[in-house]
Design a protein. Sequence first.
Length: 453
Amino acid sequence: MNISGNRRQFLGMVGAAGAGMAVALRKAAGASRVLDSVPNDKPALLGGTPVHKGGWPQWPEWRQTWEPSVLDVLRSGKWYRGGGGHVADFEAAYARLIGVKRCLATASGTTALMVSLHAMDVDAGDEVIVSPFTFIATYNAILMGRALPVFADTDPETMTMDPASIESRITERTRAVMPVHIYGLPCDMDPIVAVSRKHQLAVIEDACQAWLAEYKGRKCGALGDLGCFSFQESKHLPSGEGGAITGNSDQLVDRCNAFHNCGRGVGTFKGPKPYFSRGGNYRMQHFQAVMLLQQIDKLTQDTVRRRENADHLSMNLKQIPGIQPVRLPENSRAVWHLYPFRYDATHFNGLPRERFIKALSAEGVPCSAGYQEQYFDGLLDEACESRGFKRLFSAQRLKAYRDSLKELKGNRQVCTTTVAMTQNHLLAERADINHIVEAIRKIQVHSADLAQA
Ligand SMILES: Cc1ncc(COP(=O)(O)O)c(C=O)c1O
């Protein structure tokens, strides 16, 4: 389907929106299945009938066939990971899946990040260059080690770390770069790794939303020194809570293992006495591991379906003036933990994004604005004003740091224009996916009414 030849015509028409416009729109756009079915009805927000009435697949999903192994763990009385068992089986299976030599299971994605930062020798008073467009746990993992999260800017087209913005942020304190494959969108890793290697910085991938995402033939989580994953309940591979660290270096993963297990030496990382090294308890339980082991095939199948539906959505949505699907780096494949697009209100009679979100939700397509400029929410002020940070960083550095948050123009653009749907939409039938496109077209046709009401 290609209606791009009619784009200008279409644009002219939506400026003077009205209910009768849908008919003209159909004629102008030619034979397009999704477009042909644009309802002439009033927007649901103004009392019309919602385009989509059937709901969306529930998440998380579980299967009765999983019950015996969960019960086996219960009855075994072996719940703590100790050595071997289900957790070790999961680690081996997940390492194979991601295409790395080693995997260490952890209690959560946050603890995977904290452990990795420690293993890469990020210490109190250091700086880590990180994506600002992420779940808050990414910032917190750095702050908990009393290091400073220094934000690279976000490329508005890819919604991930802009590699060109890294180098100017490097200081003598910088130890690591932490790209985030947010929403399952792979970062453009080649230039990120190149600039990190040039300055001898560690690369820790936050792949907490990117199970099976690919960049140039390799999986996210296998592209830096260490990769971190989350298996929290909303995730594509869920076990309530859970996480993993992936990597190809025995030394690094053994170091992670020791730190996640009260500092106990293991493999290549051993000392003269049992407690020769610091650590915490960031271990996974066997209950989590059996849940995860049984979902690996499902993850692979679900990923295929999400990709097919996301590709179909992008192909259709990019035909709508004012809707810009995300651009993926060359030769990469996303896994769509959320499906985001950028919204340009000027093509919708100035309908504010928040009202667009309400209107789309009313049409039966729940959506949200996604991550906001959370670096202004207070946690960084609180950190910078804490006794510890004041001891570790000069007043001058902390002031420059706080001032620099205002410079994240690309990120602001993403935060103020994005609309996103959760991954479970992408597991629906194709007819339901088409409803998303229809609903957005309907809102565009009626955007003047919606903007005024
Ligand atoms: C990008 C990102 N990083 C880190 C985390 C932290 O993972 P967890 O919730 O398992 O601690 C999450 C979880 O949502 C995440 O989405």
